[in-house]
Design a protein around this ligand. Structure first.
Ligand code: MG
Length: 348
């Protein structure tokens, strides 16, 4: 057997452990409450005994991948695999492919920045008014407000009150999570135009008929405030599709959900796309991998959507301390074997 082939066929011993972690505070989504984070870890050990870890943390309402699907696929592989399995993972199991790729120790790019800014998350509705000054005092200058939670006129009526509570030079992101209709989206974009709104995120649901042409029209012609896509670009295929359509706005990328995060990000980077790196509410193992992509991103720096922790009890499952900045050194300090060792439940 030629040497090169032997090198390519390095066999790993593969194990997985499933986790079920209650969020310390149940997460509210556009699809209702999300009380328990499910996912799994994989550990791959090469013939020299070097171990690598990965996390598959699919989001139930994004893309349709579930941990049950991931477990079933892993169990079909058996306990000894080589890297060619990456070519067999079904496209819809992006989070699992991502986990395996990390566990095989695919080299990751080196951090280009020592620290990156983080966007502060404001609660929906009037609660944002009390929270904004507290977060401003803590040093945040980029804020994100969940909208489309209450009737649009009520939310529009307090936009200026929220902006007035932010320090000068601050910007506000408006995240509708696909909760508006076309007219409401246009009203918001008109209102935001004269104000320090950094972008309007996912104004319309991803499955709206003729969504693409409508959004491209809005983004290109009428309104100065950029539009960001989040739910619309949650898989590799979606992100590449919008890139090919020439999307001129922001891509909110959750690296943990991309089967080939490095490949997709390389394409986005070559196109000079605007990218906001965002958490999929994964645990520390997946967060380390996702944040490494963010720190290596060569394009324009935009505040991270990783102001999410603490999420879990015990805290060993949480990603790095989220303040106004995340430090690259804190990302590298994460030891994936700690959550792995704490997760003793049977795999299925
Ligand atoms: Mg979003």
């Amino acid at each position: 057997m030629p040497l090169t082939q032997t090198a390519n066929k390095m066999e790993f011993t593969l194990e997985h452990r499933r986790y079920r972690l209650a969020f310390t505070v149940p997460v509210r989504t556009a699809h209702g409450p999300w009380p328990v984070r499910q996912g799994l870890y994989v550990r791959a050990v090469n013939p020299d005994g070097v171990e690598g870890f990965g996390e598959a943390a699919p989001v139930p309402h994004l893309g349709g991948e579930t941990t049950d699907d991931d477990v079933a696929f892993l169990e079909s592989l058996g306990g000894r695999v080589d890297e060619s399995v990456l070519g067999w993972v079904p496209a819809e199991l992006g989070a699992l492919r991502n986990a395996l790729s990390c566990a095989f120790g695919r080299p990751h790019a080196v951090a280009a920045h020592p620290s990156l800014g983080v966007a502060a998350l404001l609660p929906a509705g009037r609660a944002a008014l009390d929270r904004a000054p507290v977060l401003a005092e803590a040093g945040y200058r980029v804020f994100k407000w969940k909208v489309a939670v209450h009737p649009a006129p009520d939310e529009m009526a307090i936009l200026d009150d929220i902006l007035a509570r932010l320090p000068s030079g601050s910007v506000l992101r408006l995240d509708a999570n696909g909760g508006w209709d076309r007219r409401t989206a246009e009203s918001w974009l008109t209102l935001a135009a004269e104000r320090p709104v950094e972008f309007v995120e996912q104004p319309l649901p991803r499955n709206l008929p003729n969504l693409e042409d409508f959004l491209l029209g809005l983004a290109r012609d009428y309104y100065p405030v950029p539009i960001a896509l989040d739910e619309s670009v949650s898989t590799d295929a979606d992100a590449l599709h919008w890139l090919e359509r020439g999307w001129p706005g922001v891509f909110v990328v959750k690296p943990a959900l991309l089967g080939d995060a490095a490949g997709v990000l390389s394409r986005l980077s070559k196109a000079n796309a605007l990218v906001v790196f965002s958490s999929a509410l994964e645990t520390a193992v997946g967060a380390q991998a996702a944040l490494r992509h963010a720190f290596a991103w060569p394009g324009k720096r935009m505040a991270l959507g990783f102001g999410v922790w603490p999420l879990f009890t015990p805290g060993l499952y949480d990603g790095p301390q989220a303040g106004p900045f995340i430090e690259a050194a804190d990302v590298e300090r994460i030891d994936p074997s700690i959550p792995w060792n704490a997760t003793n439940s049977p795999a299925s």
